[in-house]
Design a protein around this ligand. Sequence first.
Ligand SMILES: Cc1ncc(COP(=O)(O)O)c(C=O)c1O
Length: 379
Amino acid sequence: MIYNFDRPVDRRGTNSLKWDLYKGKDIIPLWVADMDFRVSPAIITALQSHVDHGVFGYTLVPDELIDVVIERLATQYEWKIQRDWIVWLPGLVTGINVSCRAVGDTGDEVLTMTPAYPPFLTAPENSSRKLRTVPLVEKPGGWEIDFDLLKRAITPRTRMLLLCSPQNPTGRVFTHDELATLAQICERHDFVICSDEIHCELVLDTDKAHIPTATLSQDVEQRTITLMAPSKTFNIPGLGCSFAVISDKPLRRKFLRAMKGIVPHVNALGYTAALAAYRYSRDWHLAMLDYLRENRDIVERAIEAMPDLSMHHVEATYLAWIDTRQTGMETPVKSFEEAGVGLSDGRPFGAEGFVRLNFGCPRALLEEALQRMRKIMGI
Ligand SMILES: Cc1ncc(COP(=O)(O)O)c(C=O)c1O
């Protein structure tokens, strides 16, 4: 089947968070991380049939969805998990916050690397934990973990590492060596690892592969809370269906206890869409990745040609992390908005002077946005 990702879908007037921010304005929204593509036909058919049934009561997780997740992790990553390791969640941000609440005590510390998806920087404090951040360092080849800096940030109260892998916003796919070194540090200091792997099926470089942190060794598996979801890959974040994989029973109990009475059920349509995504949307997924690869290349070439902007190669995700510090712009997001392009501000990611551009959209829209950016950059 041929999927037409070039076809524009008018999202204006649909209460889209991404588009409604600029309601009535000529600003192309390339900020929040959802894509402007219609989902796979399989997801639409499954949702239609669910809607036709007409009853939307409390819903158990379909057995088939559990089977499909287990099969998927086994075939893609040779990760053999058990049914009861999976905890269903209405969102990954929920999972990040529940992890902070479940691990350690008031005043304990959570370590993470910046730039970071903003909820990484707010979740620890939501649970009265202290946040410690360590910057990723910029090398000619891209963003890297500075393990010495990381080790120096550890204190006797550090209890957990919040890891984003693949990394939002830099688009890094961490290598086996990088993950193994991180894991060694966590083992030595007896940390829990909360590994947000929401972007794991959006690896764009064909010579790179996602490695779930928990697959590094049995000990690492036991100390890891893995967070995953079909939401980013299959463009269904509004349907809220995610999951945690926690092999260690006491850790899982703590996690479940922290959720109690606060975290709602996953909604019935979320399960339906997740199952159709994982079971029947492979061709759409592969075609979408091809489309994203070309969009990524277009963005990289365009930014390369704008002398005062720079970015590193995006290995995964549909997000470009752009350095604007050479432009002299005081408020880059505002300047780009004035030029007609809506980007995410780097500040909530812990990186002033950067902006994030979401290239998960039809190519013509992306080209128009880049043209507007060229204009304001004077080329
Ligand atoms: C790393 C990461 N985690 C979590 C989320 C959001 O998860 P959810 O919408 O399921 O809460 C995002 C969304 O962009 C993300 O990039």
